[in-house]
Unconditional design. Structure first.
Length: 229
């Protein structure tokens, strides 16, 4: 791990119309290879923090850096370069309903410029990595919630990103499938990937005993290590 923080927020504010504060003076540092939960009630600022990192939302003031690069320096034409440094797992999976598991991953790879040869070589390896290769020919509606989430994580890994950001990855899952998905994310972290998860699922957060940053009304009110069950 280098001395420079991998992800850094310095006095970051996000103001929405109507004088609503999405983030209110957030300062934090996340080191390369960390596993961090962002928690808080609905409206606390979890999703805003993630969307600032992915530049879906622009911060009003302050500095946001990933690996030393200011996120605000990317414009609409260059933001794809930022997003290729991260894997993004949305809460709703966002799988293409009429494409099979392998096609969902292949389509995403082709969309970012991979060749057909690269797709043929990489898709099976990705599906094996997220333990969904046995369902490669299934359509999304034929999968359980946990299986769909595995496909979404697999799709997020297509550029071998150093950072994976997941928004409520267990929010739509039962406890068994939640555990499966979390165990997969822990495995990726042990392999060196930096993991940042927004979650309201406190039993899951506490079970894994990782760093927890708690937001309330856009402010950090706690930054501590959760005690595992």
């Amino acid at each position: 791990m280098t001395d420079r923080p991998y992800v850094e927020f310095r006095d970051v504010h996000v103001s929405y119309p109507g004088q609503v504060q999405g983030l209110d003076g957030v300062t934090l540092q996340i080191g390369r290879g960390e596993f961090v939960f962002i928690v808080g009630r609905t409206g606390a600022g979890k999703s805003t923090l993630i969307k600032v990192l992915t530049r879906e939302v622009r911060h009003t003031s302050g500095e946001v850096r990933i690996d030393g690069q200011e996120v605000g320096d990317y414009n609409d034409r260059t933001v794809f370069r930022l997003r290729r440094q991260m894997g993004i797992v949305p809460q709703d999976f966002a799988l293409l309903p009429n494409k099979r598991v392998w096609e969902n991953v292949a389509y995403a790879m082709r969309a970012v410029g991979h060749t057909k040869r690269e797709v043929r070589r990489e898709v099976p390896a990705i599906l094996e990595q997220v333990q969904i290769a046995h369902r490669a020919d299934a359509l999304p509606h034929q999968l359980s919630g946990g299986e769909q989430q595995r496909v979404a994580i697999g799709r997020a890994l297509i550029n071998k990103p150093p950072l994976l950001i997941a928004d409520e990855p267990t929010g739509n899952l039962d406890p068994d499938h939640s555990a499966e998905v979390m165990d997969l994310l822990v495995k990726l972290n042990l392999e060196g990937m930096t993991i940042l998860i927004a979650s309201h699922d406190m039993p899951v957060v506490e079970r894994y005993g990782r760093r927890v940053i708690r937001l309330d009304h856009g402010k950090i009110v706690e930054d501590s290590l959760a005690r595992p069950d």
